[in-house]
Design a protein around this ligand. Structure first.
Ligand SMILES: Nc1ncnc2c1ncn2[C@@H]1O[C@H](COP(=O)(O)OP(=O)(O)OP(=O)(O)O)[C@@H](O)[C@H]1O
Ligand SMILES: [Mg+2]
Length: 298
């Protein structure tokens, strides 16, 4: 059973569905009721339900320290939260606040200095390097701003890459079939045999999403997946991620600086100095922008 130390129930059940906890006026907006490491489940479920082992992602007291100038600096500082399955979560905060560190520790790309991370029921600290590599390959999808598509492989082969790395044979018809199915879901089935260089930036980003979906992962992590896209293409990409959550039940954790991108999610958390300092349910662009501005003033 995963137990979280810093969970607090918002006063008066006030972790409302409309972001009242962070957006409440004045300093009270960052008061005791709003500053917690919990992500409340949707649909009126109780907080406690979110901390069951079947949560897609659970962090408990996660700290990541680096040595800088002879002393230890916490890039992440005691972060606890649980992300239920089927949730689309935005991770926001100023440059250097710890968002990428949060993502890397959550996704098993980096090991926390202390605290635990679970993907589903798996404690990442208990895995060997080889086990961690397998988990990343089989149960996690990544969408980075730098796309990392392999130029010499076709769109379909790039999409199927995680399956091939897991040992599937390239000539196995079910591999191509699966790749075509996810390419269909991102509107690119017709481009399966093209090279990535023949696609626009937004289309390449959609291939990266197809590749992240191809293993049917427990959690999809994105580090600013819409950061380099024009608004229309960003909307396409966000629509795809939203559909992955709503239609396929995927769980998506997305770092973004963009209040409009955050408004596509179910919930935004705000990180400052390695800590979760606020959260918004059903974030709207104005409230997110105001919250970001207030983080800048702190
Ligand atoms: N390998 C490292 N060694 C030392 N310090 C690091 C290392 N990686 C990150 N940091 C520090 O940890 C803090 C958080 O960095 P992180 O990359 O998580 O920020 P971020 O919120 O993703 O910022 P950005 O929005 O600019 O991408 C920063 O102060 C950074 O300098
Ligand atoms: Mg970053």
């Amino acid at each position: 059973m995963v137990r979280l130390r810093t969970v607090k129930r918002a006063a008066g059940g006030g972790a409302g569905r409309h972001g009242a906890d962070v957006s409440a006026g004045g300093a009270a907006g960052y008061g005791e009721a709003s500053v917690h490491g919990a992500v409340a489940p949707r649909g009126g479920a109780r907080y406690e339900d979110a901390f069951a082992p079947e949560a897609a992602l659970t962090l408990d007291g996660v700290t990541r320290s680096y040595r800088r100038g002879g002393r230890s600096v916490n890039a992440l500082d005691g972060v606890s939260l649980a992300v239920p399955r089927g949730r689309f979560l935005a991770v926001m905060g100023r440059s250097g606040s710890g968002k990428s560190t949060f993502l890397q520790c959550s996704a098993g790309l980096d090991r926390p200095t202390s605290g635990t991370v679970h993907i589903g029921g798996t404690d990442l600290a208990k895995l060997s390097e080889a086990g961690l590599t397998r988990l990343r390959r089989d149960r996690i999808g990544f969408i980075f701003q730098a796309l990392n598509l392999v130029p010499s492989l076709s769109v379909a082969e790039n999409t199927a890459l995680p399956l091939l790395l897991a040992g599937a044979r390239p000539d196995d018809p079910s591999v191509r079939e699966r790749a075509l199915r996810v390419l269909d879901s991102v509107g690119l089935r017709g481009r399966a045999d093209d090279a990535p260089s023949e696609l626009s930036g937004g289309q390449q980003q959609r291939v990266a999403i197809a590749r992240a979906l191809v293993t049917n992962p427990a959690v999809i992590f994105g580090d600013e997946p819409t950061g380099a896209l024009d608004p229309a293409t960003a909307t396409d990409v966000l629509t795809l991620l939203r559909d992955a959550v709503d239609k396929e039940g995927h769980t998506v954790v997305m770092v973004t600086h963009d209040p409009v991108a955050a408004s596509w999610t179910d919930e935004a958390i705000f990180i400052e100095d390695g800590r979760i300092v606020g959260r918004l349910d059903h974030p709207d662009p104005d409230t997110v922008a105001r919250t970001m501005a207030r983080l800048g003033e702190r």
